[in-house]
Design a protein around this ligand. Sequence first.
Ligand SMILES: *Cc1c(COP(=O)(O)O)cnc(C)c1O
Length: 500
Amino acid sequence: MSFCQARWARGGCLEPSIFELSRPGRRGAGFPKKLIARIKIPEKLLRGSLRLPELSEPEVVRHYTRLSQMNYGVDMVFYPIGSCTMKYNPKICEELAALDEAVFLHPDQDESTVQGALELMYRLERCLSEIGGVSKTCLHPSAGAHGELLGMLLVRAYHSSKGENRFEVVVPDSAHGTNFASAAMAGFRVVVVPSNDRGRVDLEALRSAVSGRTAALALTNPNTLGLFEDEISEIAKTVHEAGGLLYYDGANMNGILGKVRPGDMGFDIVHFNLHKTFSTPHGGGGPGAGPVGVVQKLERFLPVPTVEYDGRRNSYYLDYDRPESIGKIRSFYGSFGVLVKAYTYILIMGAEGLGEATEAAVLNANYVMRKVREVPGFEVKFDGPCKHEVVFSAEPLKRETGVTARDVAKRLLDYGIHAPTYYFPPIVPEALMVEPTETEPKEELDRFIAAMKEISEDARSVPEKLWSAPSATAIGRLDETKASRSPILSWRMYENRARR
Ligand SMILES: *Cc1c(COP(=O)(O)O)cnc(C)c1O
């Protein structure tokens, strides 16, 4: 039990904000009185209105260390939240992204002074195009969903350039919510196709959904059930023959990296989640990157500027002279720090290493699938091996004991394991979506499997323990809607709320 856990166990204690811990006159560092007496700070530089917390150094260190212990992070615990690829991010990627050469750059600097940065972007662009099996990649988007929006805008630009009015985007019912939202934001009507009893796109339903109105099909493969769309060639043919484009949601790239390329499967547009597959810690809302790759016929619509290489001058430059470009999708050139991490990751892994990572990710997911499906209360709805993730249904457990997928997810927190994704994808009742990733050793997977067994047993003997879980965390079971709509962001808010 950590110090924090002991405190919480005693009094349900929350960590106050640093302002509430402040005591007038406390100092982290002191200067000799004689020196202070001699320093005269000009009146106009004094900022009496600025309220800074006053604490000693150990108080500050303890405050932040305690806060860090209230959190779950992949550097601390197993983090099997499906579809999010919370794998361990090698520290060397962080170190290189923190180098002065990467940090102290201004996006408006003259090209001649940032040749190294441009070369890195150029080379990363080439690597991603190779990995995706596409011809050119734009590094600008800040996230996967942002990449999807760019992809949809490219779809629109392509069809309008041909004078065609295509206004429907077909999305499978198992798709990530952002796929529907991105298509709608770009002005398309969303047409949903159902999955078949194998958890894949129903080809017959797809054939009847696709028409001369179809602008694109948005698909992720492996899909959100962790299953490979083995009829992808047929799917691609169906959409292409109707004149539509294929959009690849690359968030599940960890299931195919180095093994098969979206471009070879027939996709025309691909987004990459650099923060998921290519090593950037994520989950806290920090900067991500969602580059978008395209086949040759779509290159001319990509946002400006692109990074190009001039062989005669042996130099890199930004190309704004692209008349058919859709314009800008964000400021400047992308989340540069994330690009540095992704490029580092690709180089340290190498082509072979990326393929091996995929193999380990798939092996880990299948190991967990085989073991957990034997635990009473959990089942897997679809036969056959999975790719990088597996979706369990806790429907039998709920039927037998009243304990839900949410209860199981929350209880796992008490074991020091991050909750899996639950109730997604919505086509699986009582879904628990588990993505172990390649960076977990067998012992960690076994710990997870043992926890699932114990939870299944507890559900039968002491279900009330699960209904109120978690109990060993800083905060217990929250009203999730309220927690996201009106979060408590300070100690004072907490006290005010408690008083009411
Ligand atoms: C995470 C994810 C997205 C969205 O990516 P963000 O970077 O979170 O915007 C899209 N599709 C799938 C399948 C995902 O898992």
